[in-house]
Design a protein around this ligand. Structure first.
Ligand SMILES: Nc1ncnc2c1ncn2[C@@H]1O[C@H](COP(=O)(O)OP(=O)(O)OP(=O)(O)O)[C@@H](O)[C@H]1O
Ligand SMILES: [Mg+2]
Length: 265
């Protein structure tokens, strides 16, 4: 079912998705992703039976930063020698192929919707340990594809090849696709665009994901504005994991990070 990665690609900054320079040790954004990696590793513990841990990144609404966080988290895990596969399960508005400058097809849907099932067309990136499975050709039947037994089988085979699999998804509060994935993963991380998404909306989505049997393991705040977003820090969420600055806050990043590091940890 699985095959060898097809080609090597650049992992440079793309049109829309910002990939942090992980080699810069002083960049607070890179540091936030290192911390997120650590917290996820700690909360998940070692994989059982040697199978990969599977995590799903979603949000209540559109444009909250899911893809940006999924790509950067995958990159950070890979450079820590964790064999990582990033899968674009946002079949409606896939974006991971843009982030890594690779074609959208072939991808998951090509594998699932064609007769020639030679194995998922996984792409190797320039970062050792980081592979990507793009979304593939357009289909109207996204929920059915992701909920299908063949997709379950592909995921289960891939778990034997990697230590970590990250699924980027569409917004859970808007489309049903996430619903069919929640029980296939070990942990769900919900991205909240700080200052934009209403807490009521977030709570509603958390409740829905849990009702569907999903393990909502943590909240990731994106586009933090330290002055504006105090409300989020103190809100009583079960797991508060990490935060991600808004681009353009670079002058404030260092000092804000130093002041708030303890609180976030
Ligand atoms: N921290 C940030 N600061 C500034 N811009 C950001 C930040 N995070 C994401 N963006 C930008 O916001 C837009 C949406 O980000 P992204 O695609 O990661 O969100 P998404 O939740 O995956 O969106 P969608 O629901 O469309 O899949 C992109 O143009 C991205 O570059
Ligand atoms: Mg996205």
């Amino acid at each position: 079912m699985t095959n060898k990665p097809e080609k090597t690609v650049s992992t440079s900054r793309s049109r829309n998705i910002f990939l942090v320079d992980y080699e810069t040790t002083t960049d607070p954004v890179a540091e936030a992703f290192r911390m997120l990696r650590l917290q996820i590793q700690t909360s998940m513990g070692p994989a059982q039976n040697g199978d990969a841990r599977v995590i799903l990144v979603t949000s209540a609404l559109e444009k909250e930063g899911k893809t940006t966080i999924a790509c950067n988290l995958a990159q950070m895990c890979a450079i820590a020698h964790i064999p990582t596969l990033l899968i674009d399960t946002d079949l409606r508005k896939p974006a991971i192929h843009n982030a890594f400058n690779i074609p959208r097809t072939p991808g998951i849907t090509d594998e699932l919707l064609s007769d020639d099932q030679s194995g998922p067309p996984i792409v190797e990136t320039l970062i050792p340990n980081l592979h990507v499975l793009p979304a593939g050709k357009f289909t109207k039947h996204t929920t059915e594809v992701l909920g299908s037994p063949p997709f379950r089988r592909i995921l289960s085979n891939l778990k034997k090849r990697y230590s970590l699999i990250i699924l980027d998804t569409p917004p859970a509060g808007v489309v049903a696709d996430v619903g069919v994935l929640v029980k296939k993963v070990d942990a769900i991380y919900l991205v909240i665009r700080a200052g934009a998404t209403k807490i009521r909306t977030v709570k509603q989505v958390v409740r829905t994901l849990r009702d569907l049997g999903g393990n909502v393991q943590g909240i990731i705040l994106s586009r933090i504005n330290p002055r504006r977003d105090k409300y989020y820090y103190y809100h009583n969420y079960p797991n508060y994991y990490s935060s991600y600055y808004q681009e353009g806050d670079s002058k404030k990043k260092g000092s804000w990070w130093r002041r708030n590091k303890q609180e976030i940890e």
